[in-house]
Design a binder for this molecule. Structure first.
Ligand code: GAP
Length: 458
């Protein structure tokens, strides 16, 4: 039997098991910032690799880039972020706390009212007419809504003049748009083609984050597909379908995923949808697919003065391509995977075991190697570690009873435990224990690498 896991329990588990720690913890933390630990970073790297394989490597028509986080500030004027990348905020006049009006409405209506489709005036009217209380102090005294830009600013150079302001990028997408012609020309790409990128993005989020769901620094995996107008709808449908395929492939079950089409489209968008996962706090967006039309490249042409047109090699026709964007939040995918994988299982003997049932490809460690008795078997176990580590991410564990070590590996999702004992030294065999079934099998040391490879593929 499995137990439902609360977010608090998941956060504690992640901290205790080296998956995710609170950011700057010894200084009291920094709101909405988290650090990935030794287990979390492996999980993250595996998901990045899966995304890169699916969106860049396996697509004949896609290439990757790694653009700068700091960009010319004109980029953010062209993209519209300086003028309108803002949240509608209200202050409580009584306790001086700040709140996002749209989130107040969504939380109050338990997700029943979609504030996305409301103007600021409508949100204010709704909050007043429903006599919303401040979630912190319970009083009814909010300021009117003000727009608060989410971009972090910093200054380039030694003076803090306005002309020196630069921004930490709030999305990776612009690094792909500004390099459209560089990629197209340097690698002789023909439309339709895509550019993928994985990297950090920063947003000055003030609402509490539900663990890593909403953070001020996060990673995005974004793919922009450049095509001719008229092909955009087909690509939009394709990338919608690919979302479910990709997330399902990571191990997220279809019944916990759904599409949410945007009711209020950004002024440049022709169509947009989110893919939501059913977290323990409710449905939340983990990725989006957006038909951005020719807005991005047209705006960069206008603001940079550089011609962003593509010339069709057959017809010689010149035009600005359309863009279909597939944008994934890596940290939200990780959170969904943790939420989905974590189980507290009651065993037949009535004891409980914590287990993270990750799929083999994304499990942080594939194998745990452990000497049965440290004094007698550690040397041989280190040898086994070295053999396996050439092929898999392996963890060595020699502390505590073998039963406790098995449970510790279950709790971080390690697929197999390999125990080295007298039989290894005398007969050249090891015991392989499977995470999910807890069954054990004796395997010859010389066959171990192939045995594990095969089982991971099954
Ligand atoms: N280029 C388009 C773009 O950035 P977005 O919907 O603003 O679109 C894309 O962001 C994805 O980035 C989201 O689906 C989400 O997974 C992730 N994301 C956005 N803000 C985030 C935050 N504050 N913390 C963690 N992930 C975030």
């Amino acid at each position: 039997m499995e137990k439902k896991i609360s977010m608090e329990k998941l956060v504690n588990h992640c901290k205790n098991m080296g998956i995710i720690f609170p950011g700057s913890e010894i200084y009291g933390g920094l709101a909405n910032s988290w650090d990935y630990g030794p287990v979390g970073i492996e999980l993250k790297n595996n998901v990045k690799k899966a995304w890169w394989t699916a969106f860049v490597q396996e697509s004949e028509h896609s290439m990757g880039v790694d653009a700068s986080i700091l960009m010319n500030p004109r980029v953010w004027e062209a993209s519209g972020h300086v003028a309108s990348f803002a949240d509608p905020l209200m202050d409580c006049r009584e306790c001086k706390t700040r709140h996002r009006a749209d989130k107040l409405i969504e939380n109050h209506s338990k997700g029943g009212v979609n504030a996305d489709a409301m103007s600021n005036e409508e949100m204010e009217g709704y909050i007043i007419s429903h006599k919303f209380a401040c979630p912190v102090c319970g009083k009814h005294n909010f300021t009117p809504i003000r727009q608060f830009n989410l971009m972090f600013q910093t200054n380039r150079g030694v003076t803090q003049e306005k002309t020196n302001i630069i921004y930490l990028r709030p999305e990776t997408a612009q690094g792909e748009f500004v390099n459209f012609l560089n990629v197209q020309r340097s690698l002789r790409m023909k439309l339709p083609f895509g550019i993928g990128q994985i990297g950090k993005a920063f947003r000055n989020e003030i609402t509490p984050g539900n663990f890593t769901f909403r953070t001020i620094e996060f990673e995005q995996m974004e793919h922009q597909l450049f095509c001719k107008e008229g092909q955009d709808q087909d690509f939009y449908d394709f990338y919608k379908g690919k979302s479910m395929e990709f997330l399902g492939g990571l191990g997220l079950p279809a019944e916990k995923l759904r599409f949410k089409d945007h009711e209020k489209l950004a002024h440049y968008a022709k169509a947009a949808c989110d893919v939501e996962y059913q977290f323990n706090f409710g449905w939340g967006e983990i990725n989006g697919v957006h038909n951005r039309t020719d807005f991005d490249l047209s705006r960069h042409q206008e603001f940079s003065g550089k011609n962003m047109e593509y010339t069709d090699p057959i017809t010689n026709e010149k035009f600005i391509p359309y863009v279909v964007e597939a944008s994934y939040g890596l940290d939200r995918i990780i959170l969904a995977l943790l939420d989905n994988a974590y189980e507290i299982e009651t065993l037949e003997d009535g004891t409980e075991r914590e287990v993270m049932r990750f799929k083999p490809e994304i499990a942080p460690f594939k194998v745990g190697v452990m000497p049965l008795i440290k004094k007698l078997h550690a040397e041989k176990a280190h040898e086994v570690y070295r053999i396996l580590a050439k092929k898999f991410r392996v963890i060595f564990d020699e502390t505590g009873s073998i039963g406790k070590r098995y449970r510790r590996q279950d709790a971080i999702g390690t697929h197999f435990c390999v125990t080295v004992d007298d039989e290894t030294i005398n007969n050249g065999t090891v015991t392989v224990r499977f995470r999910d079934s807890m069954a054990q099998e004796v395997v010859k040391l010389e066959d171990l690498k192939d045995f594990i490879s095969k089982k991971l593929e099954d």
